[in-house]
Ligand binder design. Structure first.
Ligand SMILES: Nc1ncnc2c1ncn2[C@@H]1O[C@H](COP(=O)(O)OP(=O)(O)OP(=O)(O)O)[C@@H](O)[C@H]1O
Ligand SMILES: [Mg+2]
Length: 239
């Protein structure tokens, strides 16, 4: 049984139909990236999984259980956490308080101190308020807030957006470690180089449907797809 299985998923914002019979599977402990142009439906796919899209139909099975009819809270309690685009940390709370809020909102959380071990950059800023953190620190804090809730499946929406290259390297290292600790990761990315280094498998989403599924190794050699769906020149994806 796959950890997560989307089968014929359709999603809507009001009258606007944006996912069309989208299907994908995620196996335990893999890192899967969803690629595709702006507006292709990547964020909506993640929101469909956690139940925050206004309406979706089809089957979404998590550990074999259909979660389409479940509430957002129930899906969260089942161990699926989404770190949304544009990091949402509490600006007036300190790093430590931000972590405690997430910790206390969860029935079976991890120890907050463990997060400082995984994110040493946060350890240096325990008493700093969210609004005074750099973009990179805010992103680390967003991921740490999700991770302290001990997810089995971590969904990350464009985690590298707006981050300096050196922070992107740190983030890649942290996410590699997270997966070694038995967390499965699905992320969306515009940064193709980052996703190629981190992920094992990719889906390309175009106009609300998956148009490609395969390993990163295979996708690297598919210049046609990179150009057609991601507008990436071959030279760019080679580094
Ligand atoms: N809240 C909303 N209300 C109405 N339409 C929306 C809403 N959010 C997204 N859409 C539309 O749904 C489609 C898919 O958007 P989505 O945000 O999932 O794409 P995306 O692949 O994540 O794009 P990006 O790379 O820009 O983040 C787009 O046409 C978008 O305009
Ligand atoms: Mg998006």
């Amino acid at each position: 049984m796959s950890l997560l299985e989307l089968d014929g998923v359709n999603a809507y914002y009001g009258n606007s139909h944006v996912l069309f019979d989208l299907s994908m599977t995620v196996e335990e402990n893999e890192i899967v990236v969803l690629l595709g142009r702006n507006g292709a439906g990547k964020t909506t796919t993640l929101r469909s999984i956690v139940g925050t899209v206004p309406r979706r139909t089809g089957r979404i099975r998590y550990r074999g259980t259909d979660i389409v009819g479940e509430s957002v809270d129930r899906i969260s309690n089942m161990g699926i956490k989404l770190v949304p685009e544009r990091r949402r940390v509490f600006p007036t709370l300190t790093v430590h308080e931000n972590l405690l809020v997430a910790h206390d909102a969860c029935d079976d959380p991890r120890d907050v101190e463990e997060m400082y071990g995984i994110f040493p950059a946060l350890d240096d800023h325990r008493e700093n308020r969210g609004r005074n953190l750099s973009g990179g620190e805010q992103q680390m804090l967003s991921v740490a807030r999700a991770l302290v809730q001990d997810p089995d499946l971590l969904l990350l929406d464009e985690p590298t957006e707006g981050l300096a290259p050196v922070i992107v390297d740190d983030l890649r290292e942290v996410l590699g470690q997270v997966v070694r600790e038995d967390v499965t990761v699905v992320l969306t990315e515009q940064n193709v180089a980052f996703s190629f280094e981190l992920a094992e498998r990719a889906y390309i989403i175009e106009k609300g449907s998956t148009v490609y599924e395969g390993t990163i190794d295979e996708l690297r050699s598919r210049e046609d797809l990179l150009e057609e769906y991601l507008s990436v020149s071959v030279a760019e994806s080679a580094d």
